[in-house]
Design a protein around this ligand. Structure first.
Ligand code: GKR
Ligand code: MG
Length: 431
């Protein structure tokens, strides 16, 4: 026990960050999205930062969790899971079975807990690294690459949020057809140098999305391309898309909903299938791998329970010859730094990782992370290598405080209903 490494204080700051009108099969992103910023401060005066989902169901868990941390060692990362088990989950919340944006499979108490643990684990690793003078990747065993490649995450997008909705204006323009998608990809390349592109699908009828991917292939010959409709297609539609785009796709991501449907698609196509929907917990691995349902698992340290669990997932995937890469949801720079540290330590990372970061014009850092030629350099500074901007944090927290409650829980379907009052997020494959 090292008194200097004792956790003396934990601070939780929920914030709302600007988000453009990005479309997905559930609806559209709201103008502001919730995130939770976590700070742990040691008795030695070192503080570490973490970031995770900020919807109220996560805050309700994070608050009692934070109270249990004071007095513990910041280095006791395994102990975080013990603490998580002690935090009571409101079962009614779980029964709502709603995840962030409805795009991550069925919600369970464990998933909620792990998403909360991840934010605290990252904060503890940051503080521990700073206290020891070591970067987070060294605490994870050391980097095996100096930079991590990310993909340009393309979205169908409106020019603006619906009229009358308070929002920040973005400079991306609209993308609702193949030409718009190609134009967006060009901007991504010019601004960040991405080579791989992923298009969020499940928005328009499959033929329109096939045309968009074809247009990308023509505009960027040889660049790796992916399409992800978040399970919006039937098995037959998935197979037709695979057939039509097989020559240009690096992989098809969650074309069909659920392990069985994915397994059926996988059995009848050579196009690799990736997922962040049917393998989201360790418990789901056996069935999916036994059925050959997926060839690439897209890990997300937020819901897999942190950076060390992400490495364990990668080891399991490696053992079974399944590829691994990284999923993303709306996030800020603390999470991008965490993703980059863990990705730098994973051997055999053969696909560029996803990140929403370019879509977030706001951050809580004194300096934003940058992409060079589509990659983020792995920081060798102690901890995560990022610094919290307290004024920005306060500004974004004030926005959360001032909200009437309507934006504190991400709800893409509700945001869509502002434009289309009849909108109901599809519960079964749409096409
Ligand atoms: O941000 O709209 C979105 C995405 O659709 C996100 O919610 C998904 O979780 O990016 C994700 C994915 O790859 O499925
Ligand atoms: Mg996905």
């Amino acid at each position: 026990m090292n008194p200097e490494l004792t956790i003396a204080e934990v601070r939780l700051t929920p914030i709302l960050v600007a988000d453009p009108p990005l479309l997905n099969t559930q609806g559209v992103h709201q103008p502001y999205t919730p995130r939770l910023i976590i700070e742990v401060v040691t008795a030695g005066g070192v503080s570490g930062v973490g970031e995770t989902y900020g919807d109220s169901k996560y805050l309700e868990l994070a608050r009692p969790f934070a109270k249990k941390l004071t007095g513990r060692q910041v280095s006791d990362l395994n102990g975080l899971f013990v603490v998580a088990d002690e935090v009571v989950v409101d079962q009614a919340r779980v029964r709502e079975q709603v995840d962030v944006g409805g795009l991550r499979g069925v919600q369970t108490a464990d998933k909620l807990r792990l998403s909360v643990v991840s934010g605290f684990e990252v904060a503890c690793l940051d503080a521990l690294g700073k206290a020891l003078g070591l970067p987070v990747h060294v605490l994870l065993g050391g980097k095996v690459r100096d930079k991590v490649e990310y993909s340009g995450y393309l979205f169908y997008k409106w020019d603006d949020h619906p009229e009358g909705v308070a929002c920040e204006k973005d400079d991306w323009g609209a993308a609702v057809d193949p030409a718009g998608v190609v134009e967006q990809a060009r901007k991504f390349t010019e601004r960040y140098g991405f080579r791989s592109f992923k298009l969020k699908g499940g928005v328009f009828p499959p033929d329109e999305e096939i045309a968009a991917v074809r247009a990308l292939a023509d505009a960027f010959p040889g660049h790796p391309l992916r399409l992800d409709p978040n399970g919006a297609w039937s098995v037959e539609t998935s197979l037709r898309v695979a057939e039509e785009l097989g020559d240009v796709l690096e992989y098809l991501e969650d074309p069909a909903l659920g392990t069985s449907a994915m397994a059926e698609v996988a059995a009848r196509t050579d196009v690799p299938l990736a997922t962040n929907m049917c393998v989201t917990t360790f418990a789901e691995i056996q069935e999916a791998f036994t059925q050959g349902a997926v060839q690439v698992v897209l890990s997300d340290h937020h819901y897999w329970g942190g950076l060390r669990n992400t490495r364990e997932l990668a080891a399991i995937c490696r053992t079974f010859g399944v590829g691994v890469s990284m999923h993303s949801n709306t996030h800020l720079g603390i999470s991008l730094a965490a993703m980059t540290h863990v990705a730098s330590t994973v051997p055999g990372l053969h696909h560029a990782c996803d990140s929403h970061y370019p879509w977030q014009s706001e951050d809580v850092l004194t300096e934003r992370l940058t992409f060079e030629d589509g990659s983020v350099k792995v920081s060798d500074a102690p901890g995560l290598g990022v610094e919290l901007d307290r004024d920005r944090l306060e500004f974004l927290h004030r926005r959360w405080l001032d909200d009437d409650g309507s934006l504190r829980d991400r709800d893409d379907a509700a945001a869509m209903r502002v434009a289309d009052p009849e909108w109901v997020a599809p519960a079964v494959p749409r096409w």
